[in-house]
Ligand binder design. Structure first.
Ligand SMILES: Nc1ncnc2c1ncn2[C@@H]1O[C@H](COP(=O)(O)OP(=O)(O)OP(=O)(O)O)[C@@H](O)[C@H]1O
Ligand SMILES: CC(=O)N[C@H]1[C@@H]2OC[C@@H](O2)[C@@H](O)[C@@H]1O[C@H](C)C(=O)O
Length: 374
């Protein structure tokens, strides 16, 4: 019988808005029991530290290199994850001994798939020491070493969740609208295709922060008061990323922020919400079949303007759009749950990625296990 483990997944995504913590009981295969979730927001000061980490990482060519200041930020990030685990255990009445493994994503500071380079900061050994729990981390590297894009990795988890839709004969596509958006298509016969689909919230967050000091557009309400500026939308949607059937994974910095003065606050937010929705639809046209349903997770599902535009465009193609919650999932917890699931798969030596998800040459496992000292 397959071993069912209790795993906690820890995700600090490209939006750099905080740490998502989710518990899962799973065998890393078809058994999945979702547990509680906790989101812990970063304060403004630490977000600035993470932005600095992106600048410090830009010139790096060695994924193990940690210039002094970057190493300091890595230690702080790791300590924040250890504190997040402690807060999670306390909140839900658990002890560290109740948890078999932590799946630790860390923070992506540089992602250059064309150069075979992906760098996540986050010290797995330090987290194991501080938490007293075994840690699986660095889950993207082995995929890249085998010719994969190193992202997205969540599709293996989406595929495991899709079972009940497949039984209904549905062609399901999970859409994650995070800082960057990505898609996972699972056909009725279990065929899986996944890739990054374009800019998500990052451009919107950067624009709203520059114009107002707020870090995002709550509910998409600012965008709701604006109009799409056609030339700006065309500039983003005309990117070579959307041309041709060769999908590649994205770095947070791949799409340039909108410059001050290019639009009013509202029109800029509306245009970027339109770009977020239209890029999903454009990229989805490269899927093997038209999905019958899109299930949307990630913070972008809370932006009403993105969702209204996306539902409208997908509806014209005959596809239905629903939020993760409407489908019975938790759209905030999905990526952290996935990292818990992938950690258990890593312990079992099961594949994390497939030719259809990252373009890797063959299905490969990945991740590095560190046990705390006894
Ligand atoms: N209530 C809300 N209204 C509108 N947008 C929101 C809301 N809450 C969160 N968001 C957006 O969602 C973003 C966070 O999304 P999420 O946590 O899914 O991203 P991430 O995991 O950091 O990114 P990625 O999936 O690219 O790694 C925020 O930066 C913000 O733009
Ligand atoms: C290199 C990296 O961290 N990529 C992230 C990013 O954020 C969304 C998208 O781009 C996705 O490819 C990936 O994260 C998710 C969790 C993934 O690997 O599935």
């Amino acid at each position: 019988m397959d071993i069912v483990r209790t795993a906690i997944g820890l995700m600090s995504g490209t939006s750099m808005d905080g740490i998502d913590v989710a518990l899962l009981r799973t065998d890393g295969r078809g058994f999945i029991e979702r547990g509680p979730f906790l989101g812990i927001a970063y304060d403004g000061g630490f977000r600035e530290r993470l932005k600095r980490a992106l600048d410090l990482a830009r010139p790096l060519t060695d994924r193990a290199a940690r210039p002094d200041e970057l190493r300091q930020i890595e230690i702080e990030l790791t300590q924040r994850h250890a504190d997040a685990v402690t807060a999670f255990l306390e909140k839900f009445g658990l002890r560290s001994g109740d948890v078999d493994v932590l799946g630790f994503h860390g923070q992506t500071v540089l992602h250059r798939p064309d150069d075979g380079l992906t760098i996540q900061i986050g010290d797995g050994a330090l987290l194991a020491e501080r938490s007293g729990i075994p840690v699986v981390y660095d889950m993207r590297a082995n995929d890249m070493a085998h010719g994969g894009q190193g992202a997205p990795l969540v599709p293996a988890y989406h595929a495991a969740l899709a079972g009940r839709f497949q039984k209904d004969g549905q062609r399901v596509c999970f859409v994650n609208i995070g800082g960057i958006s990505n898609l996972t298509y699972i056909g009725a016969e279990g065929r899986i295709a996944a890739f990054d689909s374009g800019p998500g919230n990052t451009l919107i967050d950067q624009w709203v922060e520059m114009q107002t000091g707020k870090t995002y557009d709550p509910g998409g309400e600012i965008a709701g008061r604006g109009q799409v500026v056609a030339e700006i939308a065309a500039r983003y949607l005309g990117s070579p990323f959307f041309q041709g059937n060769i999908r590649r994974s994205l770095d947070r910095g791949d799409f340039k922020p909108l410059a001050d003065g290019e639009a009013s606050l509202e029109d800029g937010a509306r245009t970027l919400a339109h770009v977020a929705a239209a890029s999903i639809v454009k990229s989805a046209s490269y899927l093997p079949e038209r999905p019958s349903v899109f299930i949307v997770c990630g913070g972008g599902r809370l932006n009403g303007t993105i969702m209204a535009e996306f539902a409208d465009m997908a509806g014209k193609n005959g596809s239905r759009v629903m939020s993760a919650e409407e489908a019975g999932f938790d759209g905030d917890a999905m990526e952290a749950e996935a990292w818990a699931y992938l950690a258990v798969r890593s312990l079992e030596g099961l594949p994390l990625t497939y030719p259809g998800t990252t373009g890797v040459s063959q299905p490969v496992s990945g991740g590095v296990l560190v046990e705390p000292a006894k």
